[in-house]
Design a protein around this ligand. Structure first.
Ligand code: 13P
Ligand code: SF4
Length: 299
């Protein structure tokens, strides 16, 4: 199967992009693996005609918006991020009426429709930098409440209004889960993704995106880590740090949508060209603005 994928990649002029949360076997065959920010940058630079995006729908959609000349294929069209839908256009309108200088800051984990109504996108690795750089005092941060709260703590000079969206994978990790592992391995450093609840972030030695967590663990002289994010990062963590120990907090830290990406489905879309991502011109033009602004401000 792997030879066939390689052959088809050449024949179709395709590259495979994968988020760190997909299955190990899919990460193994990917040409580019990374967090959401890295992947958004990569789609702007790849030469290939076709991008097979192993992630969830907002990622494939963003790839098409950022680089509309490419054919973007998703191994499984039903791989969707529930949090991407957890904000309301009407509420954005209400907030804009209430605050003259409002900036709507939209986590990239959102539908293209929500992006159309936003001023700038962010990812978990650049949200603090971008919010700090905005001239606006009042910020409506959508959809993720936990990332929004984390940003608010780092940027106290702004009035950050939170929305009640959440990632079910990250909020499944509890402070008790972390404390129980810490009791067993007291020397282990706690590394947490900012989509985790405040009670978990309060216990963290480091808070960052998936790439941030991997880079921190790899650069650290510590040898044991408690990881508070999705299980898929274990693949890179172990590959880069075979002698270090990683303990994942929680029992439900698996994103079922990310796990819908399989090697078989990658082969299938390469063969058939099925599952192509389409975005209407109107939505693409409107949602490109906040994405481009993110790439500019995050530089
Ligand atoms: P990052 O890729 O920014 O770490 O975000 C994690 C995530 O939840 C992607 O779905
Ligand atoms: Fe969405 Fe959470 Fe899955 Fe990321 S891990 S795709 S935020 S549900």
């Amino acid at each position: 199967m792997l030879n066939e994928i390689e052959r088809l990649k050449k024949e179709k002029d395709a590259v495979i992009l994968a988020h760190y949360y997909v299955n190990d076997e899919v990460q193994e065959i990917a040409d580019y693996i990374g967090d959401s920010y890295y992947l958004a940058k990569v789609v702007k630079t790849v030469d290939a005609k076709t991008i097979v995006f192993c992630g969830v729908s907002f990622m494939g959609e963003s790839a098409k918006i950022l680089n509309p000349d490419k054919t973007v294929l998703m191994p499984d069209m039903s791989a969707d991020c529930p949090m991407a839908h957890m904000a309301e256009i009407e509420k954005i309108g209400e907030m804009r009426k209430r605050y003259d200088d409002l900036a709507v800051v939209c986590y990239i984990n959102s539908t293209a429709e929500l992006k159309c109504h936003s001023d700038v996108c962010v990812t978990s690795s650049n949200a603090v930098k971008i919010v700090k750089a905005l001239p606006n005092k009042n910020i409506f941060f959508i959809p993720d409440e936990n990332l929004g709260r984390h940003v608010a703590q780092q940027v106290p000079e702004k009035n950050i209004i939170l929305n009640d969206g959440f990632c079910h994978v990250h909020v499944s990790v509890t402070a008790d889960n972390v404390k129980a592992i810490k009791a067993k391995y007291p020397a282990a450093a706690v590394l947490a993704h900012p989509e985790c609840k405040k009670e978990v972030l309060d216990l963290a030695d480091y808070i960052g995106s998936t790439s941030g967590i991997i880079d921190y663990a790899s650069a650290s002289s510590d040898t044991e880590f408690i990881i508070c994010t999705e299980s898929g990062v274990g693949y890179k963590l172990k590959e880069q740090n075979p002698d270090k120990k990683f303990y994942f907090a929680g029992t439900k830290h698996f994103c079922p949508n990310m796990k819908l990406n399989t090697v078989e489905k990658v082969l299938e879309v390469l063969k058939t060209g099925a599952n192509e991502v389409h975005v209407s011109d109107e939505v693409r033009i409107k949602s490109l603005k906040p994405l481009d602004r993110m790439l500019e401000l995050a530089k």
